[in-house]
Design a protein around this ligand. Structure first.
Ligand code: A2P
Length: 316
């Protein structure tokens, strides 16, 4: 199993199961199937609304002796309504309870965005809190405290561009060890990836298959479908594998972690087998030419004319 090595030598399995959009009612069996198939990394977040069921599946796999907790890598994230100093550890504790675990392997600040309590997604500028009011450095020092308390092993961020990372690094005691961002051949994030590498920050690619099951409100008209890309199709045919497997192996070959979501048993198994596929340097170079700078998750939902955030603030 391909892994990413952390500073203390902990190994994170590079290919994990994504659970964004995995509905309660189906995520329980997906997580059990995935663990039985050999997945040892599950990516979670409270905003996905399914951590309780994931926790149940995990607890059962452990009590049935299929895996031990130490064999698993569990990531979760801090939602935007819990950035205030007094909210970080209680939010983490809720996640630990829901996931039925005493610690997380990795805990990430989900977005460099702060929301008022009780807000699910903002409907107006009034639902947002600026980073001047609750600076990321304040949130981060609570994340650091949770490491000291033994509640989490590693801390990082998600959806952070270079500017937000630089600002965080300038005040952090523990340098973030992960940045989880959207990445696939249409949004390779090469510059951000290089910046992360040069600062010893690992990189996880979310939406590696283009997240076609996103809610319609999050979709643009006529968006390009990376799973249907002609070149990806040609490479997959020539190797008798699926386009999804080519996309996942491309991500693994770059040295990133990758977290495809599936609730379908056949596709869960198929995605893990991508590790075995071989892509040549020529395949990798051709795929690199597919870059379009296309975001499936645009971040536009944080932006209001009179609000505290611009897209530039989010992605810069
Ligand atoms: P399903 O859950 O029914 O398998 P992403 O990981 O980029 O968010 O993409 C998730 C979407 O890709 C879901 O619609 C998921 O559907 C689908 N998917 C997952 N694995 C595969 C695969 N191997 N081939 C085709 N589609 C897949």
């Amino acid at each position: 199993m391909q892994t990413l090595k952390f500073k203390n030598n902990d190994l994170m399995p590079a290919l994990g199961l994504g659970t964004w959009k995995s509905e309660p009612g189906e995520v329980y069996s997906s997580v059990k199937t995935a663990i039985k198939e050999g997945y040892r990394h599950i990516d979670c977040a409270p905003i996905y609304g399914n951590e309780k069921e994931i926790g149940q599946a995990l607890a059962e796999c452990i009590s049935e002796g299929i895996v031990s907790r130490a064999d698993m890598w569990i990531t979760s994230k801090l939602w935007n309504t819990s950035h205030a100093k007094s909210d970080v550890i209680p939010a983490l504790q809720q996640t630990l309870n829901d996931l039925q675990t005493e610690y997380l392997d990795l805990f990430l600040i989900h977005w460099p965005i702060s929301l008022k309590k009780g807000v699910f997604f903002p409907q107006s500028a009034n639902d947002l809190i600026s980073l001047e009011e609750i600076p990321i450095s304040e949130t981060w020092s609570e994340m650091e405290k949770a490491v000291e308390l033994g509640l989490i092993k590693h801390i990082g961020v998600s959806n952070f561009g270079k500017k937000n990372l630089e600002s965080l690094i300038s005040t952090a005691t523990i340098i973030p060890e992960m940045n989880q961002v959207e990445s696939h051949p249409y949004l390779q994030q090469e510059k951000l990836f290089s910046f992360c590498k040069s600062n010893n920050i690992h990189f996880t690619a979310y939406s590696p298959l283009g997240s076609t099951d996103r809610p319609e409100v999050l979709k643009a008209e006529n968006e390009p479908r990376v799973l249907d890309d002609v070149l990806i199709g040609e490479i997959s045919k020539s190797k008798h594998v699926t386009p999804a497997q080519v996309l996942l192996k491309w991500a693994l070959n770059r040295g990133t972690s990758v977290i495809p979501k599936s609730t379908n048993p056949g596709r869960i198994a198929q995605n893990l087998k991508a590790e075995k596929l071989k892509l040549s340097n020529e395949d990798m170079e051709k795929i690199a030419e597919l870059e379009k700078g296309y975001r499936y998750v645009s971040g536009q939902f944080w932006v209001f004319d009179d609000g505290p955030y611009t897209l530039e603030d989010v992605w810069a």
